[in-house]
Design a protein around this ligand. Sequence first.
Ligand SMILES: [Fe+2]
Ligand SMILES: [Fe+2]
Length: 340
Amino acid sequence: MAVGRASRLLLNRCNLVGAQGPLSRNAVVGRFGFREICNPYIDVARPMSFWRRSQTSAIDPVSEKAKKASSGKPGDNVTNLVKDSESDKTTSYWGIPQNKVLRHDGTTWQWRCFKPGDTYTSDTKIDLKKHHVPDSYIDKIALWTVKTLRWPTDIFFQKRYGCRAMMLETVAAVPGMVGGMLLHLRSLRRFEHSGGWIKTLLEEAENERMHLMTFMEVAKPLWHERALVFIVQGIFFNAYFILYLVSPRLAHRIVGYLEEEAIYSYTEYLKEIDNGHLPNVPAPAIAIDYWQLPKTATIRDVVVVVRADEAHHRDVNHFAADIHVEGKALKDSPAPAGYH
Ligand SMILES: [Fe+2]
Ligand SMILES: [Fe+2]
């Protein structure tokens, strides 16, 4: 009996390794080619075909099975699920069905990292100029911390806004995950509700990560930039983790000011595109799907919606800090769920 179970587990493991090996190699080579140059000006010198080839978000071919499963009616917004073809399947010991998501037009939904229900239209009318005037020594510490952090990034990136956006999004996606995780643990530890803040902060982290997935289609990191991300993540994650334990108020205020700086940086990015200093290349396919942009959207449209996202993060984090200023816990004030 034990031998039979062991052989089943071994067989299962072999299947998983066999299926995931090539996928992993493709993902690494396709997404992080070392020959790519992290320079937003590169697209001016190279033909558009190169840029298109360098994208990892090429549209999947439409499967015949998917076409048959779709109603094919125009305006049909219902997303259907059909089983993958036999060749696409990973043999699963656990009998987990591998479904393929379809768009309303019958083509395959190509993204595994998010579903059609995760997409949204960004509210670009949000006030971009709002600023929290520091009114306590904690606020002043938060503001000067952010201003101090901005100084080395300005020197390092200068006007390479595509590269700057990609690199800084690797950091921006950390606070929401740390805050959400700590609130999750607190909820478990104290047998109490979270007021929706766990989900809101985790959604912020996911939204920031999608910013990264978008910008890495435009600017690819060089080896030393990847090494820098590795080091900065190790330092920043631990520093923010400890800070959130000690003073969640200061942690949220710092993120609020970081988001204000992000709005400024993306505004500068837009100015460079509008002045013709940066090429207004077609938007990556992942961005078109995630923000429900028109197929003709450009990188300028992407920067506009990303900047709007940052403005929403600014409001959420300053709001969270204000709740602490009033001496309350986050759970005492419902989280702004779905605030995009
Ligand atoms: Fe972001
Ligand atoms: Fe943000």
